[in-house]
Design a protein around this ligand. Structure first.
Ligand code: UDP
Length: 322
């Protein structure tokens, strides 16, 4: 058996997947440029520090026999993508093409791509299936959607199967207490609330109270990072066993509003932090919830941490720790 390559394996989601793969005795090679990742987060396997956009790094990677790839490396912040679209098309689209092309050449058996619910954009439906219309409203979503298409088109004519996972809103941290979201410049709601609840910031802003949702604030489907890591392990096993390509949503089919998340954080922490009602944020949408029946039926995925209280507690405990 060859190795499993995990790009971005020192980052938030990648590091959780590396841990689960390690626990199942996979031979792992992590490649991360450490722009958002941390060496200490790589709890299994070998770490190669470098950028997958760099030809020399790709050459180094493929000195190993790579059987499967989980491709997490990329840029992930919606408002930043609006400000710096070039960066997003380079990191998420151009560099992915380099990796996919090389994977084909090197006879890699399976490729897992981390995509995003942001590809749906402002959906006409509250709960979206993989067949629903895609219409990203920001460069982040567009850059991921382009990579999905490249992977599908290439897979149609080459010997490379894929699983594309469209993540909804990932949150929480590992029970082991070693892994979670780091970084000071938080933009994601769960992280921002965790900082407010631990008094690392004085207040947080609710971006828009005039959305067409249950209480006027944005509604999202928050998924615990450990459940997300589980589905990746199932995905790579599926591909290594010769399974067909698939495009799969990852969420819980439950939507929580910004106000509901804020109030859960206040309850869990006992801290009544200030939540200021502000304007909508550029590139945002009102509501997005996943239908994830396909991931469950195809891969036998069973979410275990789908309580908002569990997710919020986990995010809060991690924030207290760091
Ligand atoms: N949000 C907010 N205040 C913040 C960060 C986010 O009100 O400080 C809202 C945002 O407008 C959206 C939801 O929380 O409705 C989730 O945003 P996040 O950035 O966490 O993820 P996204 O869905 O944009 O990928």
């Amino acid at each position: 058996m060859g190795k499993i390559l995990v790009t971005g394996g020192a980052g938030y989601i990648g590091s959780h997947v590396v841990k689960k793969l390690g626990e199942e005795n996979f031979d792992i090679l992590v490649v991360d440029n450490l722009s958002n990742g941390y060496k200490e987060a790589v709890t299994y396997g070998e770490l190669l520090v470098g950028d997958i956009g760099d030809q020399k790094v790709l050459d180094k990677i493929f000195e190993n026999q790579i059987d499967g790839i989980l491709h997490f490396a990329g840029s992930i912040i919606v408002p930043e993508s609006v400000e710096k679209p070039e960066l997003y098309y380079q990191n998420n689209t151009e560099n992915s093409l380099k990796l996919i092309s090389r994977a084909v050449k090197e006879n890699v058996k399976g490729f897992i791509f981390s995509s995003t619910a942001a590809v749906y954009g402002e959906s006409k439906k509250e709960i979206v299936t993989e067949e629903d219309q895609v219409a990203p409203t920001n460069p982040y979503g567009a850059s991921k959607l382009m990579t999905e298409r490249m992977l599908q088109d290439i897979s149609n004519v080459r010997d490379l199967n894929y699983v594309i996972f469209r993540y909804f809103n990932v949150a929480g941290s590992s029970d082991c207490g070693k892994l979670g979201i780091r970084g000071e410049n938080a933009t994601h709601l769960m992280k921002v609330c965790a900082q407010a609840a631990t008094k690392k910031r004085e207040s947080m802003t609710i971006f828009g109270t005039d959305w067409d949702t249950k209480d006027g604030t944005g509604v999202r489907d928050y998924i615990h990072v450990e459940d997300l890591a589980d589905v990746h392990v199932l995905g790579i096993k599926h591909l290594l066993a010769g399974g067909d390509s698939a495009l799969l949503n990852c969420g819980y089919t439950q939507g929580y509003s910004v106000k509901e998340v804020v109030s859960e954080f206040k309850k869990v922490s006992g801290v009544d932090f200030s939540a200021i009602e502000g304007e909508r944020r550029a590139g945002d949408i009102g509501c997005l919830i996943a239908n994830s029946e396909k991931a469950k039926s195809l891969l036998g995925w069973t979410p275990k941490k789908n309580q908002i209280e569990t997710i919020v507690k986990s995010a809060f405990e991690w924030e207290k720790k760091i």
